[in-house]
Structure formats: structure tokens, C-alpha cells
Design a protein around this ligand. Structure first.
Ligand SMILES: *Cc1c(COP(=O)(O)O)cnc(C)c1O
Length: 405
């Protein structure tokens, strides 16, 4: 009874999360995935020496090219996204860097959102232009703006929805169709906030999905990782360059932890959404709170798109307070008992952090006046970014109520 290896198209998402990529180990009959830390593998037959030769070889040769526990996670992630293949990296940013630098070169043009995850925004602004990649920053929630930004040399459109930290959404299907029709080769979606439980960007026409595995997919705040998910032929080529030459691969130990986390992703996402909805409703009616952005609330400006594009509203929200954010943040650091005042998100425990608009403008976005006006429509002088965990909603509400006064 070896069990189905890999995946089965007819499985429910819950079954896929548990079983895809997993199998009973034929050598030991172990039911759970083995943690294989070996760096090198002794082939049964003579193979070539370079990674290029290894691509035609079925087995494992060297840990930077691929290794068994990481491969099991890759198979599970591909199945969850309904994709042919996945490739893991040491962090979400390593995955983004691998995809962008593996696909683009000098003279190519990249469109990124005018506000997205800071690490990738800074990579696009500060690093890529040094290597001759042209970058435009566009409000991707407005398709007409994407359309006018596309140039003959635009090779990639980078999307993120919901976006960190604004909670702005963008229409993946509409933008992918538009970009492809105008000759843009690659549409990549950072789907970290949505997870494959909410949205499967490839089915909507995207070419690549990127995840920070550090967040919901691991889900326990104890391992960093990243993934690029898409078609096998393109990921094989990316593997040769990005894994083998850039080298930012995922450790098998982290892959093993993330495999274990990913198995409960569907049930965790249900719990995140349920608690987040209650917390968002509480915040929306609280007198000290001026604004809440949660895709599941009817008050979210893109709630209609959220309902179309997201099967789960996830656990991420922002809110703004009437009193100055830094003042309340200082109280949170001292007084919160359950929620941790800390960066990161998507963990089983709730996390909150104040993101001041002036600070993030200076460090990261450097918007012009028009972009800044639009950023402030969603973020005001700053937002509390709240990642609602899987604790009891009433406990989270009581914890927040104390610090809101
Ligand atoms: C955290 C995050 C990343 C980066 O992931 P790391 O694992 O921290 O490198 C990328 N995109 C989004 C949306 C994120 O929230």
C-alpha cells in the first residue's frame, strides 16, 4: 500500500494539502515525510558532473539542484496551486529575486505595483536598475494605468493581491489578459496574503505564482522559505539558473517544517477568516478606530472583486486610529497579552505592527505627489497591520480593546 504519490486531481483541497507530495517511504514504510539532510546522493549509474547533465537524471545528485524533502514540499505546493511544478527558495524575497533575475535582463522593462511588499519594492527600486532592468511603478488596481505603462520591452508584470501593507486588491484575470494581449511575456503574482486556499492565480491566467512560505503556508512562524510556482518547462530553466547559480535554495529542515505546516493550511485559513471577520467587525464599530480595510467587509472599496477573486478573505487587515498611531503602538508593545507586537504575518498567533506612512515613504516607496495621495487613501498617516491568528476571536478583541482605550 504505497499510497497515491503526488496528487490526484479529484481530491478536495483539504485532502491535497495533507497527501500531495507525500507517500509511504518504500525503504522504511514511514508514513510521514522523511527529513533528508544529505547534501550529496550516490547515483546507481554514471551521471554527468554539471547541473545541466543532472536535469535529465531522475534521481538526486546534489542538494543545490534538488533534494528529496524539498521536492516533496514542491510537489505539495504545485498541487495546491493546480500547477505543473514548484521551485522552493530560502525566503520569499529569494524566490522573487530568482524569478525576476532569472527571467529578465539588461534592457527589459518590469512593471511593479506602486505599493507592494517592502522587500520586493526595494529590490525593484534600488537594485534592479543597477543591472539595467527598467522599472515602472503603477497603481495596478487601475487597469488603464497598467495599459499605458506597457512598453515594447515590458517582459514582466508583477502583481500582489491583497497587497502588503495597503490591502488594495487587483484583478488578476483582467490584468493577465490585458498584459498578454499587449505582448508582455510574464505575469507574476505574489499571492502570499491570499494563499492557494483563497486564490489560484494560474487558473486566472497568471504565468507564475510567488509565495513567502514564511507566512501562511508554514503558518507557525518557525521557518522561512519562498516558492515560485508555474509551468514545468519554465521552472526547469529557472532551477538551472536561479537555484544552481544564484544559490538561494531552501534548507531540507525548513522544507520539512513547512510540509508539516502546509498540511493544515485549509483548516487554518478557515479559522483565520472566521476570527478575522469578527475582529474586523469589532474594529469597524469601535469609536477609537477611524478606518478598517478587510476584504471580507462590505466597506472594503473592492469588496466586489474580493468576492469574485477570493474564496477565503484570509486573516490580514489594516486599521487606522483617531489618536496618533505611534502612541497606541507604544501601548500595544507594553499591554498586549495575546497578540504579539511584531513584524511578519500568517502565523497561528496574531501579530500586529504599526507602519507609519512617512517612514515607509522615506525607506521604500518614495511616491510622487499623486501616488502619495492614493497611498494615503488606503493608509492615511499610517496603518496597524493586523495578522489575525487562530486564537479565539473574543480573546483577541479583548486584547485590542484594552489598548485602543
Ligand atoms: C513577507 C512577504 C514577502 C517576503 O517573504 P520573506 O519570506 O520574508 O522573504 C513577500 N511578499 C509578501 C506579500 C510578504 O508578506
Amino acid at each position: 500500500m504505497a499510497g497515491p504519490k503526488g496528487r490526484n486531481e479529484t481530491w478536495a483541497t483539504e485532502t491535497t494539502a495533507v497527501h500531495a507530495g507525500e507517500f509511504v517511504d518504500p525503504a522504511t514504510r514511514a508514513s510521514s515525510p522523511n527529513l533528508v539532510m544529505s547534501v550529496t546522493f550516490a547515483p546507481e549509474t554514471l551521471t554527468g558532473f554539471s547541473a545541466r547533465d543532472e536535469q535529465d537524471y531522475e534521481g538526486f545528485v546534489y542538494g543545490r539542484v534538488s533534494s528529496p524533502t524539498v521536492k516533496q514540499l514542491e510537489d505539495k505546493l504545485a498541487a495546491l496551486e493546480g500547477a505543473e511544478a514548484a521551485l522552493c527558495f530560502g525566503s520569499g524575497v529569494a524566490a522573487a529575486h530568482a524569478l525576476i533575475c532569472g527571467r529578465l535582463g539588461k534592457g527589459d522593462h518590469l512593471i511593479v505595483p506602486d505599493a507592494n511588499y517592502v522587500g520586493i519594492a526595494e529590490l525593484a527600486r534600488d537594485t534592479l536598475p543597477r543591472f539595467g532592468i527598467e522599472v515602472s511603478y503603477v497603481d495596478v488596481s487601475v487597469p488603464e494605468e497598467v495599459e499605458v505603462a506597457i512598453r515594447p520591452n515590458t517582459r514582466m508584470l508583477w502583481l500582489e493581491t491583497p497587497a502588503n501593507p495597503t490591502m488594495k486588491l487587483c484583478d488578476i484575470a483582467g490584468l493577465a489578459a490585458l498584459a498578454h494581449a499587449k505582448g508582455v511575456r510574464d505575469v507574476a503574482v505574489d499571492s502570499t496574503y491570499a494563499t492557494p486556499i483563497a486564490t489560484q492565480p494560474l487558473a486566472l491566467g497568471a504565468d507564475f505564482v510567488v509565495h513567502s512560505l514564511t507566512k501562511y503556508i508554514c503558518g507557525h512562524g518557525d521557518a522561512m522559505g519562498g516558492a515560485v510556482i508555474g509551468r514545468k518547462v519554465e521552472l526547469d530553466a529557472l532551477n538551472l539558473e536561479a537555484s544552481v547559480h544564484f544559490g538561494g535554495i531552501l534548507s531540507p529542515f525548513n522544507a520539512w517544517l513547512i510540509l508539516r505546516g502546509a498540511a493544515t493550511l485549509p483548516i487554518r485559513m478557515k479559522a483565520h477568516q472566521e476570527a478575522a471577520m469578527k475582529v474586523a467587525q469589532f474594529l469597524e464599530t469601535h469609536p477609537a478606530v477611524s478606518r478598517v480595510f478587510y476584504p471580507g467587509l462590505a466597506s472594503h472599496p473592492q469588496h466586489g472583486l474580493a468576492k469574485r477573486q477570493m474564496k477565503n478573505f484570509s486573516g490580514m487587515m489594516t486599521f487606522q486610529t483617531k489618536r496618533p498611531g505611534p502612541e497606541i503602538a507604544a501601548r500595544m508593545v507594553k499591554e498586549l497579552e495575546i497578540i504579539h507586537y511584531a513584524v511578519s504575518l500568517g502565523h497561528h498567533r496574531s501579530l500586529i505592527y504599526w507602519i507609519g506612512t512617512d517612514d515607509i515613504q522615506a525607506s521604500t516607496f518614495r511616491h510622487d505627489a499623486n501616488q502619495l495621495r492614493r497611498y494615503r487613501e488606503y493608509a492615511g498617516d499610517g496603518v496597524f497591520r493586523l495578522s489575525v491568528g487562530i486564537e479565539g476571536a473574543d480573546d483577541l478583541i479583548a486584547d485590542l480593546a484594552k489598548t485602543l482605550g
